[in-house]
Design a protein around this ligand. Sequence first.
Ligand code: SER
Length: 313
Amino acid sequence: MGHTILILGACGQIGTELTLVLRERYGSDSVVASDIREGSDALMASGPFEMVDATNYSALEDVVMHYEIEEVYLMAAMLSATAEKFPMRAWNLNMNSLFNVLNLAREKKIGKVFWPSSIAVFGTTTPRENTPQNTIQEPSTVYGISKQAGERWCEYYCHKFGVDVRSLRFPGLISWKTLPGGGTTDYAVDIYRKALSQGSYTCFLSANTRLPMMFMDDAIRATIELMNSDAEAISVRSSYNLAAMSFSPAQIASSIQRHLPDFSIRYQPDFRQEIADSWPMSIDDSRSRADWGWKPEFDLDRTTEEMLRSLKN
Ligand code: SER
């Protein structure tokens, strides 16, 4: 059958854009979108959709068998801020969905898996500038703990059972098509929307909290490039560091002010400040660059131009 793909969590921030790009590339009918709720009109109209809970193994197996799925992209997860409020639900969703997909691959019902990890696998004991690929990982959030454990399981399934699973440690992702939900880096999306709708923004992180970030187009391209690389080239089977830019709320605000001079920002840090303070400020992604040719295209100012232009339309 060739290249039949299933996206779990297709209605989320990454899943929506990933589904649309993969459908463009491989044909609508070759990419099955799924989630526990319906997505945007654009997504729902673009091809097949199945209501599936990724923590339900037999429901997942049914869809995989029915469509003869070859590749699974597991984008369903509870993000960092929400996971602090619902620790057990987050652990259950983030881990059991991963086990389900890894076990389908172990049983040779699917051939290839993509699973996103995060900069949240790092913690306060990690070097925060140019964080290396291999370093101390003592995450202090429920979300980070689930991603770190997930990374270990991915590597384990690859080495023990030959499962072809590939993963990226995404930084904060900036997009305009679908809202993020429940993350610590979500401010970097919200700020553009509020800049246009209200001319001002109250930020839940402090002015100089620098975090690694990436424009969604880069994140989707990275995902597809990694999935299309030769298996032999992929030397990291836990998850790859991946970087594009780093900035603080003050820096994104001045980038916006170049287009909207009257834009103003206030700072009112909440519980998410502590999460941000435990994460790296910049990431060394040389291993991704060397192994599979990663190179980002969007810096902060180009991201600002794209965000303001697209959100205005
Ligand atoms: N961007 C995510 C969050 O803030 C981290 O992966 O939760």
